[in-house]
Design a protein. Sequence first.
Length: 33
Amino acid sequence: NINKLDKNLNRGIADFISGMTDRYAINLYKNIK
């Protein structure tokens, strides 16, 4: 099912981006402290 694969890919990309922004925010927070 191509639709399911596409949904999983989008979820993976979203998780990857949110993980990167989370790390960036944590590093920023540590630098501010």
